[in-house]
Design a protein around this ligand. Structure first.
Ligand SMILES: Nc1nc2c(ncn2[C@@H]2O[C@H](COP(=O)(O)OP(=O)(O)OP(=O)(O)O)[C@@H](O)[C@H]2O)c(=O)[nH]1
Length: 545
């Protein structure tokens, strides 16, 4: 992009607000929602157990432009539903993780309405940057509440990747969408539970995964759980674990050749303070300051002696605002983009073998004509779900066994989708290109612009398909269990029916014989039970000896 274009874009960004996204990740109950409200000095986010939002005055600098919505929801089935209403009081009833997004406009200009005491005390943090920030806060609900949390990891990193994909698809369009919103996440705050025991395996894994897509800052939540000495020890333990397990969290590194003295000092101070330990609260005192009120006294959440909240606020909206944006764009996103485009380049090499004419086949699906195929009905909606190529997609062993036995409607649908998908891939691969004597750069650009959106869509579809297969296997297992239960019940009913028949045959009152037979069945059953329990006990004793 030319420098004039960059300038023009920056100017436009400054006018409508610079997009900035922060993600909050951490186990349920670590205080993410409370922290988010404290960060914005405003009761924007409702709590799972309800919150008297009306009692808390709002920050005049913060305006919600898009209320909290569920952007990706993962039930155990793995079927996401996008952009639905978020109900905080019901979120915990659903399995998996719920990702929500809230967009706010934060005014940072000096001409803004006079701020309240709580805001003015910290307004410097908002002021070093553009007049308006289009702030997107992404929160995660339900992490750590499942027996298997790996699905949460996938869902969260899937969301981050999707935001990169959207920018990549937009960049490779010939005609750009002027209303495109960049929702890439610039910082993830990872909330560590105040256990005092360093990082858990889950923390290490999650932070590693997040750091592929965003700057990760580890945060100690509910820091008021510690004494001064305990907190300092816990911080050290966490940083040791970060080093030990090579967790690529954001480090406040300095470059003595590039950075000025002030920056060096600031970064060195922040590096020593890491991981930031925060205290948050919904309660305010009469001065409008957030406090935690205890029988032995009040604690201000902005007090730097007990909480790093204020420092963190400055890092996020002040000193490192541009740095986080630049690292996301120039390092994380560029790496991701290079990786993705290299897969497309491989496709290009393959299709180079098929060069036969000088004219491009305009029927090769770009995202725009892909969309028009759907709207004109030439491309059936079910076909928009593609199927993974067999070699790429891991499937569970049970799934394979099951698929041999049952050709379910889901599987049939899968197969038809797979055929449709492969057909399109072949179309792209085989579409004739202009030969190298034409305008190679232009041709390549056009090819990429047509192929990239499709590749991205294809990959997302593969993931969806995989989840559908998992769902199918799960339902098959549940069905099998249910059949066994029903068979057992049927056996019991048959036995009871037999006894009743015998009673009936011997007259209305149970005869001696039938009573005897009932007794014998009962005694036989109890004998079996006795034998079973004896065997069990014996086996336990034997096992022990
Ligand atoms: N002691 C203490 N309690 C806190 C702190 N921050 C939040 N809490 C309390 O912790 C509880 C959970 O806080 P939330 O903000 O709802 O936690 P969350 O991480 O958003 O929870 P989910 O929405 O379930 O993911 C609430 O009762 C808060 O008042 C803190 O710094 N110290």
């Amino acid at each position: 992009m030319s420098s004039a274009n960059v300038l023009f874009r920056r100017k436009k960004d400054y006018k409508r607000g610079v997009a900035y996204s922060v993600l909050l990740v951490g186990n349920s109950g670590t205080g993410k929602t409370t922290f988010a409200n404290n960060l914005l000095e405003s009761a924007v986010f409702p709590h799972r157990y309800g919150m008297e939002a009306s009692e808390v005055p709002n920050n005049p600098r913060v305006k919600v432009v898009k209320p909290t919505m569920v952007v990706s929801y993962n039930s155990k089935n793995g079927i996401p539903s996008y952009m639905s209403q978020f109900d905080a009081s019901r979120e915990h009833l659903e399995p998996g993780v719920t990702i929500t997004s809230t967009t706010m406009e934060i005014s940072t200009g000096a001409e803004e309405p006079p701020s309240r005491s709580s805001v003015s005390s910290d307004s410097s943090s908002f002021l070093q940057n553009p007049d308006k920030i289009l702030f997107n806060l992404v929160n995660t609900h339900g992490v750590g509440e499942n027996l298997d949390n790996s699905m949460c990891f996938d869902e969260i990193t899937g969301y981050l990747e999707q935001q990169f994909d959207q920018v990549l698809a937009e960049e490779t369009r010939i005609k750009r969408n002027p209303r495109f919103e960049d929702t890439r996440v610039h910082v993830a705050l990872y909330f560590i539970e105040p256990t005092g025991h360093g990082l858990r395996e889950m923390d290490v894994e999650m932070m590693k995964r997040l750091s592929r897509y965003t700057n990760v800052l580890p945060i100690i939540s509910r820091a008021d759980s510690f004494t001064r000495a305990e907190l300092s020890k816990f911080k050290k333990q966490i940083m040791n674990d970060v080093e030990k397990y090579n967790v690529p969290v954001y480090k406040f590194d300095v470059d003595p050749e590039e950075d000025d003295l002030e920056t060096i000092e600031e970064n060195q101070g922040l590096a020593l303070l890491q991981p930031f330990a925060v205290v948050s609260s919904d309660e305010k005192n009469s001065n409008g300051e957030y406090i935690r009120s205890y029988p032995w006294g009040d604690l201000k959440v902005d007090d730097e002696n007990v909480s790093d909240l204020r420092v963190l606020k400055n890092v996020l909206f002040g000193s490192h605002f541009q740095e986080f944006k630049d690292t996301t764009q120039n390092f994380l996103y560029e790496n991701y983009r290079a990786e993705k485009l290299s897969t497309v380049a491989d496709w290009d090499v393959d299709s180079g073998k098929d060069l036969s004419t000088n004219k491009r086949d305009s029927a090769a699906p770009s995202l725009s004509n892909f969309a028009s195929l759907i709207t004109t009905g030439q491309f059936k909606s079910s076909q928009s779900l593609a199927i993974p190529p067999q070699s790429d997609t891991p499937s569970t062993p049970e799934m394979n066994e099951h698929s041999k036995e049952v050709d379910s409607p889901l599987r049939q649908m899968s197969q038809s989708i797979r055929l449709g998908n492969e057909e399109i891939i072949n179309k792209i691969k085989n579409s004739p290109r202009i030969n190298s004597s034409g305008s190679p750069d232009r041709t390549k650009l056009r090819n990429i612009s047509e192929t990239v959106p499709y590749v991205l869509k294809h990959e997302r579809i593969i993931a969806k398909q995989q989840k559908l297969e998992e769902l199918e296997a799960q339902s098959a297992r549940e069905l099998q269990k249910r059949i066994q239960e029903l068979e057992k019940k049927a056996g019991e009913l048959k036995l009871r029916e037999k006894l009743l028949r015998q009673q009936h045959a011997n007259g209305s009152a149970p005869s001696l014989q039938s009573r005897n037979s009932t007794q014998s069945v009962v005694s036989q059953q109890s004998k079996i039970k006795k034998e079973e329990s004896t065997t069990d006990l014996a086996s336990i004793v034997n096992g022990r000896s």
